[in-house]
Design a protein around this ligand. Structure first.
Ligand SMILES: [Zn+2]
Length: 242
């Protein structure tokens, strides 16, 4: 196949555009923010799950507290009743003695139940504190994620406009070259991990970086400038005279 020197140079330009574009796309897919956002989202979800569990624990403990308060109230009512009866002085001495004894037992029971109530209250405070801490953590993660999203979007915008600019240049270059040469380039590129054309520098193909043997080099140097040369190793279009 024949190709003008200008077309050969253009195909090399197209190759450079394509390399740059694929590097940029790769960069966009692997922005550090993407991994950071995913790590922080896991942490945020963990904090949310713990907070939800703590909220369930909170309502259970609130119920426990009202039970404990009810128990104390009951005892207090009984104590008040017994004390009223005792101070009225009515009843047989034996009965009054019994009442006195019962009051002693009730007082012990009351302090036990108040201790339980206090313990539940303290536990409740601890849970509330834990929920507050988890809420703060969640909010901090959300803020960090939001900032990373902005940074990611900004990077993607820059990369996107770089790619668009390259696309524009590529279109102009493509419009000026022989479509058959372009089709050949695309075909080779597809089967050669992205390399369809490369410069021949000295005795080295810049596509596969292998050196050409002397016989091949001599054969190439004998060819007309517009004769299209292919690398024997990687099969890419070799552009001479650079
Ligand atoms: Zn090669």
């Amino acid at each position: 196949m024949k190709a003008s020197i200008a077309d050969q140079r253009s195909i090399l330009d197209i190759q450079n555009f394509d390399f740059t574009t694929s590097t940029l796309k790769n960069k966009a897919a692997n922005l550090p923010e993407i991994a950071q956002i995913s790590t922080l989202t896991i942490k945020q979800n963990n904090a949310r799950d713990l907070r939800i569990a703590a909220e369930t624990e909170l309502s259970d403990t609130k119920r426990e507290l009202s039970r404990a308060e009810g128990d104390v109230e009951q005892i207090v009512t009984r104590i008040n009743r017994d004390e009223a009866r005792l101070s009225s002085g009515q009843g047989a001495p034996k009965e009054l003695e019994q009442l006195q004894h019962e009051l002693g037992t009730l007082a012990t029971r009351r302090s036990e139940l108040e201790e339980v109530e206090l313990e539940v209250m303290m536990r409740l405070d601890g849970i509330k504190e834990r929920i507050e801490t988890l809420k703060n953590e969640e909010a901090a993660f959300a803020l960090e994620i939001a900032n990373l999203e902005i940074a990611k979007e900004n990077s993607l915008t820059v990369i996107g406009s770089d790619i668009a600019a390259i696309d524009e240049d590529r279109k102009h270059t493509v419009a000026s070259i022989n479509p058959e040469l372009l089709a050949l380039y695309e075909k080779i590129k597809a089967g050669n991990s992205g390399t369809g054309a490369a410069a021949l520098v000295g005795n080295q193909c810049k596509g596969c970086h292998l050196t050409l043997n002397t016989v091949e080099l001599q054969r190439i140097s004998g060819l007309a400038e517009d004769e299209l040369v292919r690398c024997e190793e990687c099969r890419c279009i070799l552009v001479r005279g650079l």
